[in-house]
Ligand binder design. Structure first.
Ligand code: PEP
Length: 254
């Protein structure tokens, strides 16, 4: 069966004390599930702390971004190998906030995707359209363009040990969630595009939905045949909400 995942994205939030309190509150309520992975993508400076706090819980620490560079004179950058070295297992790549606010292009996202894989991290490749693009009727074309930018240089290898997250930009941090039908429709487009590269691997690829996922809407989204879990921003900062989302996934597996 396809791997399921629920992954939190703390974004630019946290402190040593706040992280310890959040993870402790989460661990008190968290029950693992066979067939599903829970993860949290934390600011890079807190990865070592997260790795320690999450040791032996089955919850995987992850990073939110990585450098395109490997080493050298690139002041301020953090490489994929460094993230892995301090305990990251997952790494978000191409989040819409990186694309929109920090200028990450499709080509740069493809390089980062390759760097993450080369360092043994599982990349979570984010794709998704803006509201203007949805209203212009180009959602599928945008998502396919973003996928193709990664598939072109990496080919079949892009489908191994990787995750895709469909995150409509208009739903991120806005409280507006895509309907489960809207999510399913784009997830099916993504899987069909991946299947053109390798049908077997496409069938196994986890495709997450992200955009204002909450405990209250998770079950409906996760019930869709091509929705394999969630990438969760705001709600991952609330232990009860995040466990509620995780439990919506557990309920599907039990
Ligand atoms: C995200 O940051 O990837 C995200 C989906 O955020 P939120 O859940 O807050 O919409």
């Amino acid at each position: 069966m396809r791997r399921k995942l629920v992954v939190g994205n703390w974004k630019l939030n946290g402190s040593l004390a706040a992280n310890a309190a959040l993870v402790a509150a989460f661990r008190q309520r968290f029950l693992p599930a066979t067939g599903a992975v829970c993860g949290v993508c934390v600011p890079a400076v807190y990865l070592a702390q997260a790795a320690e706090l999450l040791a032996n819980t089955g919850i995987e620490p992850g990073a939110q971004d990585l450098s395109r560079e490997v080493r050298g004179a690139f002041t301020g950058e953090v490489s994929a190998a460094m993230l892995a070295d301090v305990g990251a297992k997952l790494c978000i790549v191409g989040h819409s906030e990186r694309r929109a606010l920090f200028g990450d292009t499709d080509e740069q996202v493809a390089v980062k995707f390759g760097r993450a894989k080369a360092a043994g991290l599982t990349p979570i490749l984010c794709v998704g359209e803006t509201l203007a693009e949805r209203e212009a009727g180009v959602t599928d074309a945008v998502v396919i363009r973003q996928l193709d930018a990664v598939l072109a240089p990496h080919g079949r290898a892009a489908l191994e040990n990787a995750v895709v997250a469909y995150e409509p930009v208009w739903a991120i941090g806005t409280g507006k969630t895509a309907t489960s039908e809207q999510a399913q429709s784009v997830h099916a487009v993504i899987r069909a595009r991946l299947a053109k590269v390798d049908a077997g691997l496409a069938a196994e690829m986890p495709i997450l939905y992200g955009g204002s996922v909450k405990a209250a809407n998770a079950a409906e989204l996760f019930a869709m045949p091509d929705v394999d879990g969630g990438l969760v921003g705001g709600a991952s900062l609330d232990a009860q909400e995040f466990v509620g989302i995780w439990n919506a996934m557990r309920a599907r597996l039990n």
